[in-house]
Design a protein around this ligand. Structure first.
Ligand SMILES: Cc1ncc(C[n+]2csc(CCOP(=O)(O)OP(=O)(O)O)c2C)c(N)n1
Ligand SMILES: [Mg+2]
Length: 534
């Protein structure tokens, strides 16, 4: 048999583990491993910046439930991926990042860098291919760790080790352990609080999504008469339910916010109750009891009356098994679409709410919504419905701008059965501009909507009202339709609702990406942002 190198075995092992797609930028340090996995049938999606590659792997993992795989060159290839890696770590995305590494003895290599320290400092785990003999096991261990710990794992591949002779070995695949069950004492304490409550509300977050907890949480809601809500990260978990209040926090409609703040028992499942989910605590009634169910004992951002260490689904089932019942309080959930507003469009600008509502009506329900960061970011989750949590990719765990486009692209590759819509600000779009070429080159049938106010609107609305000059964060208008066309995508400029009619024929074709440059009213500030900066 022809002899293999460790680099080749890395790629072959990833294919043997069932990896179907990988994302990356190739350099000499990751070429051979990536080529080897590609030769074994793994689709390799080449981006133009490692920041895009890591975000694509993250978005892919979030909507598919599979491990995202990203491949980068050592040193700068790796450091270019740092922001996306941090976002993935904070979002608990299972992701494997394979990276070249300068040989241990190459003390003067330009590429020399303590990659493991950097990866762990941002919340990832770090491992290494130790030798040719161990290469297959090293890959399998790192891969499993990403699944088990639900976080990104860096697998560094020192160049000298990559060249060592190695052989394939079938990676052992033990089943993943059962979800953590809550303690009976904790269940009894929660049951007592439920029995004493008049108006319980369930707020489910990303932990509930990862635990696949919709069904037991809905059953619990039925049993105890609770209204249902999610954090922004859990958006979509209760889609279609009559009792679904939507997102708790700044993005909640006034009617939903009132109902949450009137609740006397908040049951948080896999939701940290951050300042965003609670509007700085304002949505939690001072008299309300708070129950925090999480795998992480340190998850709570609010003091909880009862903290339960447990998986969200397992805990909801344990409560049902304990026979909890209450009449509670339920009412048909309000929605943003029922809230009237005065359209502020005109003068060549479209109101971002009008834009979002019109898109919601036009686009197929079977969709994935990816949203970048910025002032605009509330409009898509408020007005554009998603079918389930896999239909929502919200890259806000690190609150970075510029991650939404590539995350959406990864999601589009993972779920070609759905229309992916990436909503970006003009600032975030320009920060991720290299991936416009990738988007066009890969011919992803995606809709990119740029909420273009020709400004870092978040900063304009933050500092402007306090009397600061804001010209530094206001820019000449960018023609994104022209940029899209130059990159090989279709482009459309939208200034009125009527201009959106041109999206319809594209929807029928979906023959590659369409970039909509929506010139939104620049001086209109969303209420949630106004409130956050007050
Ligand atoms: C990488 C990064 N740099 C800077 C910021 C600070 N920041 C937050 S929002 C924002 C403006 C984003 O502008 P744009 O994408 O146009 O969205 P808008 O706020 O205008 O809706 C900036 C610069 C950030 N969050 N992340
Ligand atoms: Mg902007």
């Amino acid at each position: 048999m022809e002899s293999l190198t460790a680099a080749e075995v890395v790629g072959r092992t990833l294919a043997a583990l069932g990896v179907q797609d990988a994302f990356g930028v190739l350099g000499s340090g990751n070429f051979l491993a990536s080529q080897a996995m590609h030769a074994e049938g793994v689709a390799f999606h080449h981006t133009r910046h490692e920041g895009g590659a890591i975000c694509m792997a993250d978005g892919y993992a979030r909507v598919s439930g599979r491990v995202g795989v990203c491949s980068v060159h050592q040193g700068p290839g790796f450091t270019n991926a740092m922001t996306g890696l941090t976002e993935a770590a904070k979002s608990r995305t299972p992701l494997l990042l394979i990276a070249g590494e300068a040989p241990a003895a190459a003390l003067r290599s330009n590429f020399r860098l303590d990659q493991a320290a950097l990866a762990t400092t941002v919340g990832g785990a770090a491992d290494r291919v130790h030798s040719g003999a161990s290469a297959a096991d090293d890959v399998a261990r790192a891969f499993r760790r990403a699944q088990l710990e639900r976080r990104p794992v860096l697998l560094s591949m020192p160049l000298d080790v990559q060249a060592q002779p190695a052989s394939d070995s079938t990676p052992a695949s033990a089943p993943l352990p059962a979800p953590t069950a809550p303690s009976p004492t904790a269940i009894a304490e929660v049951a007592a609080l439920i029995a004493a409550a008049q108006r319980p509300v369930i707020i489910a977050g990303r932990g509930a999504v990862l635990a696949d907890a919709r069904e037991p949480l809905e059953a619990l809601g039925d049993a105890i008469g609770a209204m249902l809500a999610t954090s922004a990260m859990g958006n979509g978990l209760f889609s279609g339910s009559r009792w679904n209040l939507g997102i708790s926090g700044g993005f909640a409609s006034p009617a939903a916010a009132r109902l949450i703040s009137e609740s006397d028992l908040v049951l948080a499942f896999g939701a940290k109750l951050t300042r965003w989910t609670t509007r700085d605590g304002a949505l939690i009634n001072p008299a309300a009891k708070v129950v925090q169910v999480d795998l992480d004992p340190d998850a709570a951002h609010q003091p909880a009356d009862v903290a339960v260490i447990g998986d969200a689904a397992a805990t909801a089932r344990a409560l049902l098994d304990a026979g909890v019942r209450n009449e509670g309080f339920r009412t048909d959930a309000p929605s943003w679409r029922d809230e009237p507003f005065d359209d502020v469009g005109g003068d060549g600008h479209i109101d971002p709410r009008t834009l979002s509502m019109a898109l919601d009506s036009m686009l197929p329900d079977d969709r994935t919504l990816a949203v970048d960061s910025g002032h605009f970011m509330g409009f898509p989750p408020m007005y554009l419905r998603v079918p389930d949590p896999a239909g929502f990719v919200f890259t806000q765990a690190f609150q970075s701008i510029g991650l939404g486009l590539a995350s959406g692209m990864g999601a589009a590759i993972a779920r070609p059965d759905r229309l992916t819509v990436a909503c970006l600000g003009d600032g975030g779009a320009l920060m991720s501009l290299p991936e416009l070429e990738t988007l066009a080159r890969l011919r992803l049938p995606m809709l990119v909507v740029i909420y273009n106010d020709a400004a870092y609107g978040a900063e304009v609305h933050h500092f402007g009202p306090h009397g600061h000059p804001v010209e530094l964060v206001q820019f000449p208008d960018t023609d994104f339709a022209a940029l899209a066309q130059a990159a090989g995508a279709q482009g459309l400029t939208v200034r009125t609702e009527d201009d959106l009619a041109a999206v319809e024929p594209w929807l029928a074709r979906r023959d590659g990406p369409l970039v909509v440059d929506a010139k939104i009213t620049p001086d209109f500030c969303a209420e949630w942002l106004e409130e956050a900066f007050r």
